[in-house]
Design a protein around this ligand. Structure first.
Ligand code: PLP
Length: 480
């Protein structure tokens, strides 16, 4: 009888090819700044990605050659020093290697007595200590901020409504959630998924610095109570996507405590400002919130995907998710022993060893280095802000409270609509030039070129080049 396997038939051949892949990957990272930040995906790649399911295998070297020619060059660009789009991290090289090693071990980090379970827990403990959460707090490493926020909000709901896991929402009065108009869309999805409904997710107006208005929040909570609804959770923002605004978390905490409500903070990138001495006073209340979500693949520069939910009360966290069927029973000894299965703290069962890239990268660089880089990004944004303010053809469209810069090219005598069209075309041309990749947003109806900066490869000279190129393209456009 012929038996089959997926292992290489010739390990030495595989080794040679794998070494080639690794060498290429290292060169690729080293030389990234010499290539365009972005290139349009060509027809050949579209054709390749429409090929049907392969029935027969192909030589590994051929598969790799196809990847190298048709996939690798047409990257998103977020490892490039002049990538500033959305809020997307760079990916530290040590994390790249850790991902390879994690895939090599390939543990399912859900249950059992094996090292990955302890590394996973250690990284959560490190995350707790980053924000001065108590040792008794708990957490969960997840795919990103979206699931981290959903996790926090699920604990909020399930602990607020005793018995909701059995009875469902119809047994309870209508819950209401509050955040600012600037809150990230993933929080709406969470409110929808949790069955609360977007109609009961209040978006409170913001002040001129895009921070939630406290008097309006209080008035809305009072009005909802008077209407027989149940205000139950405030979502504070530490670093909004549009402008990097930081809500007054201390004020939100005081309201939540006075009203018997839960305070969750979406700190996807901005929570890391907690590590920068200059911001410590402003965000110190983070250490006291009921739950928070943040990303390690944004401002801790790790490769995708890794985010973290932190929950102050471990018992509430466990009670929100715990479910251990007989086939997941813990034993006293052997492989089936080990820590409390992670499935008791989240929605997912199977989980990869994403903790390893955090563990190896943080051990390698030390958290002080990360703090320095976060502060460096903030400095670079302020520098960019100065370049913009010093140039009469450029206009800053929002304050720069953190690491987001919104601006536009503004030659005099144009209407809002004309400026919006002009800057949209300018941004597309900038991307096509391959020089730099900011993204965009709308602020009070004004189209903004938006730099969100979580890039450890960027130098001040990259900001110079960004501004020079924006001016060059802009002037070219208005002068025909
Ligand atoms: C990126 C981001 C999210 C979503 O996080 P993902 O990691 O993309 O799931 C949520 N909130 C804010 C403020 C963000 O910047």
């Amino acid at each position: 009888m012929q038996e089959h396997s997926l292992d290489p038939q010739n390990w030495e051949e595989f080794r040679q090819l794998a070494h080639q892949m690794l060498d290429d990957a290292i060169d690729y990272m080293r030389d990234v700044g010499e290539r365009p930040v972005w290139k349009k995906v060509p027809a050949s790649t579209h054709a390749l990605t429409q090929e049907p399911l392969p029935q027969e295998g192909q030589d590994a070297a051929e598969v790799y050659a196809t990847f190298k020619e048709h996939i690798l060059p047409y990257t998103k660009g977020n490892i490039h020093p002049r990538f500033f789009s959305w809020v997307q991290g760079t990916g530290v090289p040590m994390g790249v290697m850790a991902d390879l090693l994690a895939s090599t071990m390939n543990p399912n980090v859900a249950i059992g007595d094996h090292a990955a379970m302890y590394v996973d827990q250690q990284v959560i403990n490190w995350c707790k200590s980053l924000f001065d959460f108590p040792e008794t707090a708990s957490g969960m490493l997840v795919s990103g901020g979206t699931i981290a926020n959903l996790t926090g909000l699920t604990v909020a709901r399930n602990s607020f409504l005793e018995g909701v896991r059995d009875k469902g929402l119809s047994a309870f009065p209508q819950l209401v959630v509050y955040s600012s108009v600037e809150t990230h869309s993933c929080n709406q999805k969470a409110v929808e998924v949790l069955g609360i409904g977007n109609d009961f997710f209040r978006r409170i107006p913001v002040d001129e610095n895009y921070r939630i208005r406290i008097p309006e929040l209080k008035a809305q909570i009072a009005a909802d109570r008077a209407a027989g609804l149940t205000p139950f959770c405030i979502i504070g923002n530490t670093g909004t996507v549009n402008t990097g605004a930081i809500d007054p978390i201390g004020d939100l905490l005081a309201i939540a405590r006075a009203e018997g409500m839960w305070l969750h903070v979406d700190g996807a990138f901005g929570a890391l400002a907690y590590l920068v001495p200059e911001y410590q006073e402003e965000v110190k209340a983070l250490s006291e919130v009921d739950s928070m979500g943040f990303d390690l693949h944004k401002w801790l520069y790790l490769p995708y995907e890794i985010g973290c939910a932190l929950i102050r009360d471990k018992d509430k966290h466990r009670a929100a998710f715990s479910l251990q069927p007989t086939y997941l029973n813990n034993h006293d000894r052997g492989l089936s022993a080990g820590p409390d299965p992670t499935t008791n703290y989240g929605i997912e069962l199977s989980r990869g060893f994403k903790a390893l890239k955090a563990w190896m990268s943080i051990k390698n660089h030390g958290i002080e280095k990360f703090k320095t880089l976060i502060a460096q990004n903030i400095q670079q944004c302020r520098y960019l802000g100065q370049l913009i303010e010093n140039n009469p053809q450029l206009e800053l469209l929002a304050p720069i409270p953190l690491n987001v810069v919104c601006f536009r090219f503004n030659p005099s005598g144009k209407t809002q609509a004309e400026l919006n069209d002009l800057n949209k075309e300018l941004l597309m041309r900038l991307h096509e030039s391959g020089v730099a990749a900011p993204s965009n947003t709308l602020l009070n109806g004004n189209y903004a070129i938006r730099v969100a900066h979580v890039n450890f490869r960027t130098r001040q000279s990259d900001m110079d080049l960004l501004v020079e190129t924006v001016l060059l393209i802009g002037q070219e456009m208005v002068n025909g």
